[in-house]
Structure formats: structure tokens, C-alpha cells
Design a protein. Structure first.
Length: 337
């Protein structure tokens, strides 16, 4: 029996010290209820009374030795595991970080914000209007009755017979004047739609910014002064503007407004196509019919209005030659701004 105990101890210790030893299994195998050492102790009934305490003591020593070895080995294993874990999770704080790509505002949004800032600085406030609009606001109230030729150049998309996607931001003039009595000083940026095929200079969706000022005694001089300050702020202090006679149904008189070319200063170059001037917007004095359509007495009040295309301004400002680039979301284009 003594040899058996000695063999059990030697065997157990050998297994405990084997690489990757499974200590739980070993514990069950030798010390568990059905373990080898327990089996030996059970067999002690067959020993003589003198032998029993001797063998019993040896058995206890063997148990203690195995337990001690298991505990010691367990600590060793835990230390090794912790070491490996720490090595695997080591964080080198001096390593360069993984860059998170940073975006920025779309060039059109940038231009819109810039124009808004300029006009806010002149006391204008910003109003919004619906993109799905009634025929009345988009056309009729603006002095464009059915069958008026201006409807051809502003053909748009229809939701129902009298409901359409607005072809211009000018209907916001009417909506504003219906709700607000003079003095009025607003701008209104937003999306507009026309049933144009997409090419380098046309898009079925683009953006405009409308301006409207109504008060007693507003003259064309106020319009010129306002637009001149605007042009200088946007294109530089040396910028001049010029008015060319034009026709818009909702203004009288009407003008197209050019700025002196900010590349050549007016001498003529590639950007201004040798003209020295670049057309940037349409403007005029609010037509008396439009005022009275909105319940404002044209005998008492007068006003001016203007409208510009944001894409057009952005294209001129940044030298972009194809309007489609704004809508393609190509990072190689967008990241340049
Ligand atoms: N709504 C016009 C267009 O889309 C632009 C315009 C011209 C707006 C003259 C105005 C204006 O307010 O006075 O072509």
C-alpha cells in the first residue's frame, strides 16, 4: 500500500508539472470522491490496527503534497496567463492614431452661408418657403398668368394640376408679403426645380436665393446700393456692378445685374469670356400688381427684389465649369473646397 501511495504521489506530481496541465482534472483524478487516493483510503479497512495509522499518515502527507503542488502550479499558471494577456493588450500610446476622415460643408452650402452672412449684416432676415408650391404662388401672384410665355422658360414638375415643384424662389416674396406688413427685408435661399435635361450648365434641381425689401419710399437707388455692397463683399472691394435693362413679369422696371470680372478687373479674360463683366442675378422694382396681390397698397409702398442662382455664383467664384459636379458627391471634387 505504501508503494501504491508513493506511486500515486509521483504520478500526480509529474502530471501537475507537465506543460499545459489541467489542474482541475488532476485534482478530480487523484483527490476527488472517486479519485485514486480516496480508493486507497477506502481499502484501509483490510489493514491491521498497527499499520492503519502509519498508512493513514502517509496518505495524508501524499494528499497534502498533491494539494500544495496543485496550488503552487495554479498560481504559476495564472501568472503566465496574466503575462500573456498584458503582452497581447499592450497599448503603445506613442503610435500614430488611425485618422478619422473629417468632412466639411458642401461648396454650395458654403456659398449659401456666405451670402446669408452678407445680407444678415445688412439687416435682412432669412425666411423659408415650401418646395412643393401652388401654381398661384409660383406663377399667378407673380404676374405670370396661364399662357404667359415666361411659363415656357420655367417649365417644371407637376404634382397635381395646380401643385408643382417651385421653379424659382420668388413665390416666397408673395408668401412673405401676405403674412408680414412692411417694412420687409428678407432673403430666402432654397431648392428650385425645372424640367431641364442635365448637362454642364443645366440641372433639374438647383438652388436660388431670393431677396425682397418693401417699405415706404424704396427706390431703384436702394436696390443698386444694396447690390453694390453685396458684390463688393462677395467678390472684393474693387468690384463694380452694372444694370442692363431686362424683363421679369414681377418687377418693373427690371434689370439683369453684372459684376466687373474679379479675375481681370474688367479688361476681358477667359473667365468673363472677354466681356469684362459677369452676369450674376436678376432684379427690379416689385411690380405694383404683385404688391396689390398681397394686400399691400402700391400707392403707399414700394419695394425691390432680386434673385440669384447659387450654383452660378459658386461656379464663377471657384472656376467650376460643370454644374453636375455639385451633385455627384465625388470626394475628389468636394475635398477641394
Ligand atoms: N425668379 C427669377 C428667375 O428664376 C429671378 C429673379 C429675377 C428674381 C428678378 C427676382 C427678380 O426677385 O426681381 O429667373
Amino acid at each position: 500500500m505504501k508503494e501504491m501511495l508513493a506511486r500515486i504521489q509521483a504520478e500526480a506530481l509529474e502530471q501537475i508539472h507537465a506543460p499545459e496541465a489541467d489542474l482541475e482534472q488532476i485534482k478530480i483524478k487523484y483527490l476527488g470522491k472517486k479519485g485514486e487516493l480516496t480508493a486507497v483510503l477506502r481499502g484501509m479497512g483490510s489493514l491491521s490496527p498497527e499499520e492503519r495509522p502509519v498508512v493513514g499518515q502517509i496518505a495524508n502527507e501524499v494528499r497534502a503534497a498533491i494539494e500544495a503542488a496543485i496550488n503552487e502550479r495554479k498560481q504559476e499558471q495564472e501568472a503566465l496567463a496574466l503575462d500573456a494577456k498584458l503582452k497581447a493588450e499592450k497599448l503603445d500610446v506613442t503610435m500614430p492614431g488611425t485618422p478619422a476622415p473629417m468632412g466639411h460643408m458642401h461648396p454650395l452650402t458654403q456659398v449659401q452661408r456666405e451670402l446669408e452672412d452678407i445680407f444678415i449684416g445688412m439687416g435682412f432676415s432669412i425666411v423659408e418657403g415650401p418646395e412643393v408650391e401652388l401654381d398661384y404662388y409660383n406663377f399667378q401672384a407673380l404676374n405670370i398668368p396661364e399662357n404667359h410665355p415666361a411659363r415656357d422658360t420655367q417649365d417644371t414638375f407637376y404634382i397635381a394640376e395646380n401643385v408643382l415643384l417651385r421653379s424659382q424662389t420668388s413665390p416666397v416674396q408673395v408668401r412673405t408679403m401676405e403674412h408680414q406688413k412692411p417694412p420687409i427685408r428678407i432673403i430666402s435661399p432654397g431648392r428650385v426645380y425645372r424640367s431641364d435635361a442635365l448637362d454642364a450648365t443645366h440641372s433639374p434641381l438647383f438652388h436660388q436665393l431670393e431677396g425682397l425689401v418693401v417699405d415706404k419710399g424704396i427706390t431703384m437707388g436702394d436696390l443698386k446700393g444694396t447690390l453694390e455692397i453685396f458684390a463688393k463683399k462677395l467678390f472684393g472691394e474693387n468690384t463694380r456692378i452694372r444694370f442692363r435693362p431686362h424683363h421679369f413679369p414681377f418687377t418693373e422696371p427690371s434689370a439683369e445685374v453684372d459684376v466687373s470680372c474679379y479675375v481681370c478687373g474688367g479688361k476681358g479674360c477667359r473667365l468673363c469670356k472677354g466681356e469684362g463683366w459677369i452676369e450674376i442675378l436678376g432684379a427690379g422694382m416689385v411690380h405694383p400688381f404683385v404688391l396689390s396681390n398681397c394686400g399691400i397698397d402700391p400707392e403707399v409702398y414700394s419695394g425691390f427684389a432680386f434673385g440669384l442662382g447659387l450654383e452660378r455664383i459658386a461656379m464663377k467664384k471657384y472656376g467650376i465649369d460643370d454644374i453636375r459636379l455639385f451633385y455627384e458627391n465625388d470626394e475628389r471634387f468636394l475635398e477641394q473646397f
